[in-house]
Structures are given as structure tokens and as C-alpha cells.
Write a protein that binds this ligand. Structure first.
Ligand SMILES: Nc1ncnc2c1ncn2[C@@H]1O[C@H](COP(=O)(O)OP(=O)(O)OP(=O)(O)O)[C@@H](O)[C@H]1O
Length: 491
């Protein structure tokens, strides 16, 4: 195979911090290189340098044998390098086809020929999506798929994908893998970042492990076990949590939903949630989960036959109503993360009721508490006064999650909470979740990852076509039973 990309001794500093400490790697034409590593290892920084979003301090990069130092994304694109970043950054006002065609350099974005090609790419991909839907109406996973199809439209020789699959279900993973395999058959080279180790083993031709700003190991997917990759990422073994049984003893019912329906397809959904319980909610895209949760957090409306919080009939017409009823919500959009970018890690992790005028002793104690949380969550930062935006994507997500985990709400709804969080830290998040349920909080956990649902949830609801089609207690559930319920006849 011909060498497409060669990187030697790449160094990138952010202020005093050396993030990339001499990265060496190569990518050949027709090759998919899987890049894995813990949160803060430097993966996204490497992609940013290669995509022209940031400049390295030193090192050599050759693309097709020629020196390559892109000065911006347009420059990178002209040289045949395209990227889908962790934060997707799609123009929310475009339609799906306009977003796919938005890379047509030299032609107006809405030229009919470009839009026609974008429509064909969408149709050939097999993705069920209305071409005229505005991007802002898409769910995160759908936006990520548009990002990948947009890359296909651009058809660069080198493609860089940073955690596109973070909130995909298995079907979406398979779909994107098939698109990428088609592209490498035509000679493209790909660097693919993911935290899902099984995924990278099935997709990549070669797996590189990044740790502390360097490539530390290289594996051939069919010859390596998941545990060995994970050990190389963290230099420690990671134990998998044992599956929870039923919640002990009779517990107070904190939420009762009966006959929830909407004009957009939610149909007669009923369930209840108890203190100390983690109830999983899963299904394919557009199965109705988002509709249901939107209504419960005051972001959308639904008709309920009965809606009760702690035994009282309630109505939820706004986000404030939900908060006042003790319902917390961690969404899976980038908005929540973006709102925190310029706030310091310390401020973001301090208790909501911390009073900045409270005096020196209180301040020291609050900062100690923050430092302890940073350590527990393995957040990679040299200074808790630095901005949240300077952290890696996974570490930003840990902070968003930690804030909710510490809150006093009775019902916490988490939408794909471990998106972007590495497998080494998932156990720490799981411990936080257990602490929370031990205190009596009830958790509704939306996830597309069956393994996570089985490890974390006492009971799991599966939705399809706006209805709950399965209700499984953990001890009776398997990945197969959950998937077959989610897929229905398509299974
Ligand atoms: N602008 C910045 N200023 C200071 N430090 C930064 C900046 N951007 C990134 N870093 C640091 O660089 C390190 C690597 O971050 P990077 O985003 O590349 O990690 P990553 O491997 O992609 O992690 P994740 O899996 O969480 O996405 C982190 O410790 C982060 O705090």
C-alpha cells in the first residue's frame, strides 16, 4: 500500500502544557487506522493539527510525500484532507442535503448539481432521513451521520473522524462502517477515533494506542484482545461492574406515567420509576424516547392520562416546572457543553449554593472539594482555574455529568451520559451513579449501548414506533433480547 500520510515527531503545546509530545504515525492509501486512548491523551489535538484547525510547534508531516502544514480547514480541504470533529459544528439552519453539499468548493453551496449529488449520497447510504429536514431538528446521532455523508461528498484522500459513533446504536455503527469501507476501497485513508473498543476491532486495519501525547502501541485487530488494548490505554486492568439485580425492598414511587401520547407518534406510553432505581430506556432512532423525555423535562408537550411525581398529579409545561418538581436533565446536545466553555473548572464543579463572599476558609474547603472530584474523575488538567473549554471532550462531559450527579433532584434523566467518556472512567461514573441511587434518587437512563444498559440498569424499557414494546428486568435481559425488541420485524 502507498503511504498517504507520514507524521514524525509532532509536538503541540498549549501554553506551558505539552499536549503532543512527539507523535509518529503513518496512514496508507486504502487503510483505516483506529486511534484509541483515554480522555486527554491528545487524540483530538492530533486531528486538529492534521485538519488545519491548530498549528503544531514542531515536527514533520508529509501528505502524499509532500510537506503538509495546513493553515486552516479550507487549506486542508484543498489538499484533500477532511474531518468530522467531536463537536460536529454543522450549520443548524441548513437542510440535510444542503449540509451534505456544503463542501462543494468553488461552487455555490446550493447549486442544483451539488444538491442532486448530496441527495444521491443520502439515498445510497440507506439512511432513513428526509433530505429537506433542517439540521436543528435532527438528533445528535443523525447529525453525526450527516457529518460522515458530508465527508463522503467532499471525497478527500485523507479522512479524520473524531468519535462520530459516540451516541450511535449498533445499526448506525454498521451503516457508517459500510460507508467508510466503501471510501477506503476507492483509495482513501482514514484515521478513526473511538472509545468503543469492539467497534475499532471490527473496523480498523490497524489500531494505534495514544497515551500522554504519544503513540505508545500498535495492534493488529484480529490478533489482539480487548483487555490488552485497554491495558495499553490505561496501564491498568479495568474491571467490568457486575450487573445489578432488583432494587431492594419496596421503594417509594417517584414518577408515574400513564398513557403518554403526542401528535408526532408517541402512543400510550406507561411506566413508573422508584427511588434508588436505574431504569434504562432504549430503542432505535425516532422510536419515541426523545419525544417522551422532552415532555417530562418541559421541552415538548404530550397528553398524559396520568402524570404523577411522588404521588401527586402534576403538569409539566416548562423546564422550570420540571426543575421545581425535582426533575434534572442532562441532554445529549452540545449546547450544555458549549455553555460552560469559558467557565473555570473550579467554578463549574463548586456546589451550586457556594457563596463567593463566604470567606477564605470556605473557599479553600470548596477548592479542596473540587480538587478531589477532579482526581476521582481522572480529569486531565494542570490547573483547576483553567477554563472548561481547555479540557478534552470526554473530560468536559464528565464535568457536565458530575454537576447533575451532585444535584439534589429526586428524578434524574440522563441522555447518553457517557458519550465521549473513556472506558477507564466509566467505572468512576458508575460509582457516582450508585452513590446517587443509594441516596434515593431515581434515574432514567437513555442509552444506545446495550452493554452499558445491562451493567447499569435494574430494569430496561425498549421503545419502537412510539410505544414501549418490551419491559425487561435485568436478570432476564440480554443484548439479543433488547436488540430484537428494538428492531421488531427487522430483526
Ligand atoms: N486550548 C487548550 N489549552 C490548554 N490545554 C488544552 C487545550 N486543548 C486541549 N488541551 C489539553 O490537551 C490534552 C489533550 O486533549 P485532547 O482533546 O486532544 O484529548 P483527547 O485524547 O481527544 O481526549 P477525549 O477522549 O476526552 O476527547 C488535555 O489534557 C487537554 O486538557
Amino acid at each position: 500500500m502507498n503511504e498517504l500520510l507520514s507524521v514524525r515527531g509532532l509536538v503541540k503545546n498549549h501554553g506551558q502544557v505539552r499536549v503532543l509530545k512527539g507523535v509518529d504515525l503513518t496512514v496508507s492509501q486504502g487503510e483505516i487506522v483506529g486511534l484509541v486512548g483515554g480522555n486527554g491523551a491528545g487524540k483530538s489535538t492530533l486531528i486538529s493539527v492534521l485538519a488545519g484547525a491548530t498549528q503544531p510547534n514542531s515536527g514533520e508531516i508529509l501528505l502524499g510525500g509532500e510537506p503538509y502544514r495546513p493553515t486552516g480547514d479550507d487549506d486542508a480541504r484543498r489538499r484533500g484532507v477532511g474531518a468530522v470533529h467531536q463537536r460536529l459544528g454543522l450549520d443548524q439552519d441548513l437542510t440535510v442535503v444542503q449540509a451534505i453539499a456544503a463542501f462543494d468548493l468553488g461552487a455555490p453551496d446550493d447549486s442544483e448539481a451539488a444538491l442532486q449529488r448530496a441527495r444521491e449520497i443520502l439515498a445510497d447510504s440507506g439512511v432513513q432521513m428526509d433530505p429537506e429536514t433542517p439540521v436543528h431538528e435532527l438528533m445528535r446521532a443523525e447529525q453525526a451521520i450527516v457529518g460522515v455523508l458530508r465527508l463522503q461528498f467532499q471525497n478527500p484522500q485523507l479522512m479524520l473522524l473524531d468519535e462520530v459513533a459516540a451516541s450511535f446504536n449498533d445499526q448506525e455503527v454498521a451503516l457508517v462502517h459500510s460507508v467508510l469501507r466503501g471510501l477506503v476501497r476507492q483509495g482513501a485513508g482514514i484515521i478513526y477515533i473511538t472509545h468503543r473498543i469492539d467497534e475499532v476491532r471490527s473496523l480498523a486495519d490497524r489500531i494505534l494506542v495514544m497515551r500522554e501525547g504519544q503513540i505508545k502501541d500498535e495492534f493488529t485487530p484480529r490478533e489482539v484482545k480487548v483487555d490488552d488494548i485497554v491495558y495499553s490505554m490505561f496501564e491498568r486492568r479495568i474491571a467490568q461492574p457486575s450487573r445489578p439485580g432488583a432494587v431492594e425492598g419496596p421503594q417509594e414511587e417517584v414518577l408515574r406515567v400513564e398513557g403518554a401520547s403526542t401528535s408526532r407518534g408517541l402512543s400510550d406510553v406507561s411506566f413508573e420509576l422508584h427511588r434508588g432505581e436505574v431504569l434504562g430506556l432504549t430503542g432505535l432512532r425516532r422510536a419515541g424516547m426523545s419525544e417522551l423525555v422532552s415532555a417530562l423535562v418541559g421541552a415538548g408537550s404530550a397528553q398524559f392520562r396520568t402524570l404523577q411525581v411522588k404521588g401527586q398529579d402534576v403538569t409539566i409545561d416548562s423546564a422550570d416546572d420540571a426543575v421545581n418538581l425535582g426533575i434534572g436533565y442532562l441532554s445529549d446536545t452540545d449546547d450544555e457543553l458549549e455553555a460552560a466553555l469559558e467557565i473555570s473548572v473550579a467554578r463549574r464543579l463548586m456546589k451550586e449554593n457556594y457563596d463567593p463572599q463566604a470567606g477564605f476558609v470556605r473557599e479553600i474547603s470548596a477548592l479542596r472539594d473540587v480538587a478531589a472530584q477532579v482526581k476521582t474523575l481522572r480529569i486531565q488538567t494542570h490547573d483547576i482555574q483553567s477554563q472548561v473549554g481547555d479540557l478534552s471532550g470526554g473530560d468536559q462531559q464528565k464535568i457536565a455529568l458530575a454537576r447533575w450527579m451532585r444535584s439534589e433532584c429526586d428524578i434524574l434523566i440522563l441522555n447518553h451520559p457517557t458519550r465521549g467518556i473513556d472506558i477507564g472512567s466509566k467505572g468512576d461514573v458508575y460509582d457516582m451513579l450508585r452513590e446517587l441511587t443509594d441516596r434515593g434518587t431515581a434515574v432514567l437512563l437513555m442509552s444506545s449501548e446495550m452493554t452499558e444498559l445491562l451493567q447499569w440498569c435494574h430494569r430496561i424499557l425498549v421503545m419502537r414506533d412510539g410505544r414501549i414494546v418490551a419491559h425487561q428486568h435485568n436478570e432476564h435481559a440480554t443484548e439479543d433480547t433488547l436488540m430484537s425488541a428494538a428492531l421488531g420485524d427487522a430483526w
